[in-house]
Design a protein around this ligand. Structure first.
Ligand code: CTP
Ligand code: MG
Length: 229
């Protein structure tokens, strides 16, 4: 059975800087968003996607489909969670309340299909769902207010949360609404689920499923594309 994805693409890209939001920067002749959507929709299990756009977005190229699969749009919100909630609400009626849905950052173009395979295979067998994550590689320091080092945090069992994340449509909606109501900013879907006392599965994915946050990240993606040839 196929599944749908929600792609939040309503951010302003403040950390990247510049006039054009990063999802619309041209890479190899296409907006970054096209690369992300293709990586996601090329997977045989993914049926379609809802893209959450910023209000008044005039850069969206009005694609109706990618890889032969339907694309819908909706208007996102001020925080990432608002955009994801808008996307969940805009899913077609064929997506049932207990169906799994993928959420994937528009700014994360380098998703490998093998990672998506793993996430789907393991996540759909978990009652709650799952996220892709990568182990922390650096030694972690905790600083004091003065910038001095107070100590070293053990990095065993610490992970960087990536996307896609896989949860059930209604359960994720409820969890994000609860976070919204309590005024707490959740920075990924899993955090909202965790706050409900749920325990998503962690699926190790590739380190290089990076999010484009700064110009150096965009250069990294250009390098990846050049190497792919
Ligand atoms: N996003 C969104 N709606 C928001 C904020 C973010 O849909 N209100 C999306 C972004 O477009 C991006 C993804 O969530 O695809 C991850 O967010 P991030 O990397 O933080 O992107 P921005 O918020 O655009 O960047 P910044 O935080 O530097 O402003
Ligand atoms: Mg942001």
């Amino acid at each position: 059975r196929g599944l749908w994805a929600v792609v939040p693409a309503a951010g302003r890209g403040a950390r990247f800087g510049g006039d054009v939001p990063k999802q619309y920067l041209q890479v190899a002749g296409e907006p970054l968003l096209a690369h992300t959507l293709r990586a996601l929709l090329a997977h045989p299990t993914v049926q379609g996607a809802v893209v959450a756009l910023a209000e008044g977005d005039e850069r969206w190229p009005r694609w109706r489909e990618i890889e032969g699969k339907p694309l819908l749009t909706c208007v996102g919100g001020d925080a990432r969670a608002d955009s994801v909630l808008a996307g969940l609400a805009a899913l077609p009626d064929s997506v049932r309340a207990d169906d799994f849905v993928l959420v994937h950052d528009a700014a994360r173009p380098n998703l490998a299909s093998a990672d998506l395979d793993q996430l789907l295979e393991r996540g759909r067998n978990d009652p709650v769902g799952a996220i892709l994550a990568a182990p922390v590689r650096d030694t972690l320091k905790r600083s004091g207010d003065d910038g001095g080092i107070d100590g070293t945090e053990p990095r065993e069992r610490l992970w960087r949360a990536l996307t896609p994340q896989l949860f059930r449509r209604l359960q994720l909606t409820r969890a994000l609404e609860a976070a919204q109501a309590s005024g707490i900013e959740v920075t990924d879907e899993s955090m909202a689920m965790e706050r409900q006392g749920l325990r998503p599965l962690l699926v190790e994915g590739a380190d290089d499923n990076f999010k484009v946050t700064t110009p150096a990240d965009l250069a990294r993606f250009e390098f990846v594309l050049a190497r792919r040839g």
